[in-house]
Design a binder for this molecule. Structure first.
Ligand code: CUA
Length: 327
């Protein structure tokens, strides 16, 4: 197990796989700036002194040096492209979830964070197991927030009406912190949460305590998982009428009026009159709320009614989890 790196005068300790590439990009840009600031300022001062106006000396226009002009245009451009490469590759690294990553939903609201684990239990502190890959599915119930863990060097906006994602693997056991990094009103500065990176044994104990708090859902309320709740909403709102039971895409042995939902998650969907779209959380959400924004190829003559206003955000999350679970 990695030990936390001592926090430098500039940065908090690095506690996730995402930190190394961010720190190297930061350090490179920092020292790059220091070196060039010193060299350029030094040269300016030197030339100011050397060529300052002197009594009795007439100033003459100097010539034009094409080679020099090209040199100081091309060289900084190369540096800028390199800096872009350094930043962009670390961004890609944090945007892609590892195979088998545990998904945790992050709910931002004025003014608190809530973390929802597989199975639907929620806590106000984020418990993670060391050296396990995670994917956060971030959403907001009200205004823009920003999910920020300085020790992981990660920050992603929580945007009302859509999901954003961030992936990482915590590498060090210990405490870290969640801040809100987007001004969101009176108690923005108090929108904090603890991150607790645990050993596998500690995390097992934590998960066991979650098991003692079963989630209640549906009417009448019964103990259930998020997927089960999603399924009951799916049936309640009449979705099987067009998509078939379990989103099978068949009704009574024939093709259902609406497209098949089982097995589409994570796969590209053919779209009528457009490029295929990846069926992720945002796609399914949009298909429920604005069904005609992207019509599945072959279903042009089917008008699906909008379900905007029919679901709360939590219910929408549950239905999406259900569709996701359909194989
Ligand atoms: Cu939420 Cu600032």
């Amino acid at each position: 197990m990695m030990q936390p790196q001592a926090s430098s005068w500039q940065l908090p300790p690095a506690m996730a796989d995402s930190a190394a590439s961010v720190d190297s990009a930061y350090n490179f840009i920092f020292w790059f700036s220091v070196v060039f600031t010193v060299v350029i300022t030094g040269l300016i001062l030197f030339f100011v002194q050397k060529y300052k106006r002197r009594k009795g000396v007439k100033s003459e226009p100097t010539g034009h040096f094409n080679k020099l002009e090209i040199f100081w245009t091309v060289t900084p451009s190369i540096f800028i492209i390199f800096l872009f490469h350094v930043g962009f590759s670390s961004w890609i690294h944090n945007a892609t979830a590892a195979e088998g990553a545990t998904e945790i939903r992050v709910h931002g609201k004025k003014w608190a964070w809530e973390f929802e684990y597989p199975g639907g239990s929620r806590t106000s502190d984020l418990h993670l197991e060391v050296n396990k890959p995670y994917k956060m599915i971030i959403s907001s119930q009200d205004v823009l927030h920003s999910f920020f863990i300085p020790e992981f060097r990660l920050k992603r906006d929580a945007v009302p009406g859509q999901y954003s994602f961030i992936a990482f693997t915590p590498t060090v056991v210990g405490p870290a912190h969640v801040f809100c990094a987007e001004y969101c009103g009176t108690s923005h500065s108090g929108m904090l949460a603890n991150v607790i990176v645990e050993t596998p044994e500690q995390h097992k104990e934590f998960v066991a305590t979650l098991g003692k708090k079963p989630k209640l859902c549906g009417t009448p309320a019964v103990e259930c998982t998020v997927e089960k709740w999603g399924e009951s909403l799916f049936v309640e709102k009449g979705c099987p009428t067009c998509h078939g039971m379990g989103g099978s895409g068949t009704i009574g042995g024939g093709k259902s009026p609406g497209p098949k939902l089982a097995g589409i998650f994570g796969q590209p969907q053919p779209i009528s009159g457009g490029a295929p779209v990846m069926a992720d959380e945002n796609y399914i959400r949009e298909s429920i709320l604005k069904p005609n924004a992207k019509i599945v190829a072959g279903y042009n003559n089917v008008q699906m009614p909008t379900f905007a206003g029919s679901f709360t955000d939590d219910q929408l999350d549950a239905v999406i989890s259900y569709v996701k679970s359909l194989k």
